[in-house]
Write a protein that binds this ligand. Sequence first.
Ligand code: GYE
Length: 328
Amino acid sequence: MLFTRRSLLTVAAGGFTAAGLGVPMAWAVDLPKLKKKDKYKVGFAQTESNNPWRLAQTASMKDEAAKRGWQLVYTDAAGSAAKQVSDVRSMIAQKVDVILLAPREEKPLVPAVMEAKQAGIPVYCIDRSVDASLAKPGRDYVAFIGSDFVKEGKMAGEAFAKIVGGNAKIIELQGTIGSSPANDRMKGFKDAIAAFPGMTIIASQSGDFARDKGRQVFETLYQAHPEATAVYGHNDEMTMGAIAAMEAAGKMPGKDLMLVSIDGTKDAAQAVADGKIAVLVECNPHFGPKAFDSIVNYGNGDSVAPMLVNTDRLFTKENIASYMPEAF
Ligand code: GYE
């Protein structure tokens, strides 16, 4: 398949319509194959490194590469979708065999996926996905490997509803705006609590998946809504930030306000054991073994399922002890 310089530029600019054809151009290209090798040169484009979940994910990738003696080209976009796009471009220029991309936001990373496809480099979306109406697993990139975030939100909402007896005025701390876990955890939770008329989200704002931002946002929202009885944090770092703000204001997490959170960090697991967080839904960050095994399969010419979904567990005070040694 031949592409004109003009159509390539169209892709670079983020539009995918081949001039005159009226069809999304990159669809026409086959999913790149991977030549079988003993060792691969793998790019891992991380989105940021400001929380334990990210550090555990990066460690899992680095450990797996070291174990197999594969070269890992590692980049950290430091919380910038624009930098992550250029990180992927530099991996394309370095001719890595495969790219593992943890896309910060759903839409801005689509051009990175499509440019790698055009360059014949197979991509996996790791942990987060890109906008499925613009780039699809099995067609534009090999596969999505990660959790079902709608399910996580649903599990969180259902378990929390039981604990609070179907009554709560909830402050929601959303993850990064435009990211798939924020969009989907919002949806899953909302769907679950829709069955309980006594449960309402009274305020919802992004804390960007970061502890200090979560603390600040909770502080502001709680001042505006002192009637709040609960907090739903899209990740543990923001929930821990909210706990810090509550304690600073002389409120007791787990008594004055009930909390529900997602991830499974050491701090959050401890907070469950201490009775501060009522419900914790796991989100597994240890992607290395699964991602690298899938690369081997793909290189062998085996078919790879477009969605490789992790199963996540649910923790409360009753069963948190068994999880503590695994917490990250
Ligand atoms: O919950 C959060 C991280 O994308 C699943 O991003 C991931 C989320 C995770 O920064 O802690």
